[in-house]
Design a protein around this ligand. Structure first.
Ligand SMILES: N[C@@H](CCC(=O)N[C@@H](CS)C(=O)NCC(=O)O)C(=O)O
Length: 188
């Protein structure tokens, strides 16, 4: 009986030990595969005039421009070959921006910004004190402030000095200036 117990216990130890090793190996392979994937360059589809600037500005703030190929898609020309391929492989509604990895496509500038801040573990407010610091939220909201300031001579925000000074502070950031300088964005 004791012998039988020993055999069972040895088998169990053997199974657990080698089972553990195999699981660990599989986990490491998967992790490396995933790691390799995430090291690959992503693609950010943009067009110079648009909301894409939220994401490009944030990429600059995160020092992550080198991790992405920026692909300009003229979303106004719906009949071009380029637009058709964009509709089929990236964004069924032919709008920009869109962010794409091998295994993931992200639409919506706000969602893309959230993803980037999470990915780089930066500019994501985590407690109340962070709300006073520059964060991903400023790239998302700042774009709207800029847009409001350009529309109809800024009629939407010109009576709000706090908003205007907030916008001025954002405009003074080098990443904002680099993003907006070239090519010059147009308000539509
Ligand atoms: N909610 C989307 C809006 C995307 C969007 O409408 N982008 C506009 C430029 S700001 C566009 O691509 N328009 C082309 C079109 O509507 O044909 C986002 O924030 O990403």
């Amino acid at each position: 009986m004791e012998q039988l117990q020993n055999v069972v216990s040895n088998k169990l130890t053997f199974t657990l030990f080698f089972g553990g090793i195999s699981a660990l190996t599989a986990f490491t392979i998967l992790r490396n595969k995933k790691g390799k994937k995430s090291q690959k360059k992503g693609k950010l589809y943009f067009h110079s005039v648009f909301r894409s600037n939220r994401c490009i500005w944030l990429l600059r703030e995160l020092n992550a421009m080198e991790d992405y190929d920026l692909i300009d898609v003229d979303v106004w020309d719906k009949t071009s070959k380029e637009s058709k391929s964009y509709t089929e492989t990236v964004h069924p509604h032919i709008t920009v921006p869109a962010l794409q990895y091998d295994d993931l496509t992200l639409l919506e500038s706000g969602a893309i910004c959230m993803h980037l801040a999470e990915k780089y573990h930066s500019l994501m407010p985590t407690d109340l004190r962070d709300l006073y610091k520059f964060s991903v939220a400023d790239c998302v909201l700042g774009y709207n402030m800029w847009w409001a300031s350009e529309m109809k001579d800024g009629i939407l925000i010109q009576k709000y000095p706090e908003l205007l000074s907030y916008l001025e502070r954002l405009k003074n950031r080098p990443a904002f200036q680099q993003t907006w300088k070239s090519p010059k964005p147009v308000v539509v």
